[in-house]
Structures are given as C-alpha cells and as structure tokens.
Ligand binder design. Sequence first.
Ligand code: UDP
Ligand code: MG
Length: 310
Amino acid sequence: MSCDISIVVPVYNEEKSIRLMYDRLLASISNISSNFEIIYVNDGSRDNSFLELVKLSKEDSRVKFINFSRNFGHQIAVTAGLDKSKGDAVVIIDGDLQDPPEVIPQMYAKHKEGFEVVYGQRLKRKGESFFKKITAKYFYRILKSITSVNIPVDTGDFRLIDRKIVNDLKNMPEQNKFLRGQIAWLGYRQTSVFFERDERKFGETGYPFSKMLKFALDGITGFSDVPLQFVTKTGIFISFISFLIILYAIFSHFVLEKTITGWTSLIISSMFIGGVQLISIGIIGEYISRINKNVQNRPLYIIDQTNIED
Ligand code: UDP
Ligand code: MG
C-alpha cells in the first residue's frame, strides 16, 4: 500500500535522539499529510536504539523498523530504507537531529511544484570540527572539478526524492554507494532549500576519519577516472625526464668522461620512483578493490528483523 511520504532515518547509536526526533518529525509532517511512514534502519547500534525503535513502533503503526544483523554503514542503511519505502516522495534524514525536520514541509512544497529532487543545502554547520568542515569543503570542490556529474556542493544526504528516483536507484546495483552522486547522476529536475545544520546533541559521530576517507574514495572512484589518468600522465612525464637524464648520463660518461658519482643521485632517484610507483599502484588498487566487490556481488545488507511487510 503506497503512502504520500516515507521518511528514511539511518540509526547508529542514537538512543537518546530517537524519541525527540520522532516528536519533531511528527509535528513537522502532520502539516503536510497524515498518510506517511517513518522507516528507521538500525545499523548495528551497540546501545539501546533498537529497543527504543520497537517501543515506538508499538505506539504508532506508521513507525517501521529494519534491524541489520551488524553495522553495514550509513549509505547502505539509507539504501535499505529506500528499498522498503512505499511513499510517493521519500525524505532521507539523519537520526541525530543535525538535519532539522522542520525543513521537510518546504521540501515537500518544492516537490509539489514539480521537482523530483529537493536537496537540503547547508548555510552553516554548527558545532562541527574545523577539520571536518575544511575537509568536506575542499573534498566536494575537488570532486566537482574531476567529475562530469554535477554534484551540488555543501549538501549531505538530507533531501526529498520522488518515487521515480527511488526506482532508478534500485537499478544502480553498485556495492560502494555514494547516493548524493548517484542522485545527481540521474538528472531530472533538481532544486534546493537552505537550512542551518545543527550540532549533534547526543552521542558521537559515526563517521570517524577512516569512514570519511572510505566514503570520499567511493565518491571519487565511482564518478571519476581522473586519478587513473593522473597515473598515466605522471608515468609519461617521469619517463620523459628520465630519458633526458639517461642521455645526459651517457653523454657525460663517454664524451665528457666524467661519470656522475655517488650515492646521493642514486638514492634520490630510486626513492622518488619507488614512491611514485607505490602511489600509482595504490590508486589502481582502489579501483580494483571496488571491481572485486562488485564481482562478488554479495547482498548489500542482511536484515535480522523488520516489521515491514512486502
Ligand atoms: N549512521 C549509520 N551507520 C554508520 C554511521 C552513521 O547509520 O555506520 C547514521 C547516524 O546514526 C546518523 C547518520 O548516519 O543518523 C549520519 O551519521 P553521523 O551523524 O555519525 O555523521 P556526521 O553527521 O558526523 O557526518
Ligand atoms: Mg551527524
């Protein structure tokens, strides 16, 4: 049975936010429709998030939960929520109250005007580390410059998407999800509403540096071949310089009869080449590991428990 709106909320250790978030969501959506569902995807939380979700679902039948068998990561949690959603419009929103639910009616109004994608664009990010802000800022600008897909800057996954987009996403079976890129790739009519991103009130971020790095690499490898071209170009450039140095060395040895001596020149060149080669292999390795994952084609996630009927 379809409904007007599905709200998809990935949850990883958010026990303290869940109730508050639900109240604010309800207050906000009740302005637009009474025919909605809220799908919480519990991504292997180690706290009592799941108990909170089950409690909520007993009080309100519009509350659905999907309980993963372990932590699969934020993008996969959102994907599972989208897979199970039934709404004509679907809102993706974080479960830590950093994305204000009060913006949803504005998004919905834009959807009614005919936009298939309404993404939330951050005016300000409160209470986030300088490091996070600066890396995010430059990451999205670099990504924009090396891809042909127009991924909007300063946006996260907080957005409203049309059912058409959800169906199209299901036909993009990549294992390493980068939803904001995939949605941009799909096209359609896209617009934004502005909002101020709040600070996290409880708990701590589920995106430590290691996950941020993996996510960034998923974005780059999924949408750009520029790093591979960089390897080729660096190779050609270094070969060219090496050729000149070889000529010079031979000329110097046989004609000038002055052999270039010493440990210094050797160690510099071999270390330099060694470094460049390792970086190049690493770049190629990032692409290969993603090919490997896609060839294995394992299920994206394992559901332990859910109250959603197909
Ligand atoms: N999250 C998740 N799985 C994870 C990490 C995070 O489902 O492995 C959820 C988390 O509960 C939150 C959203 O994804 O609702 C965004 O994560 P977080 O707030 O930790 O990221 P940040 O806002 O710090 O970038
Ligand atoms: Mg957050």
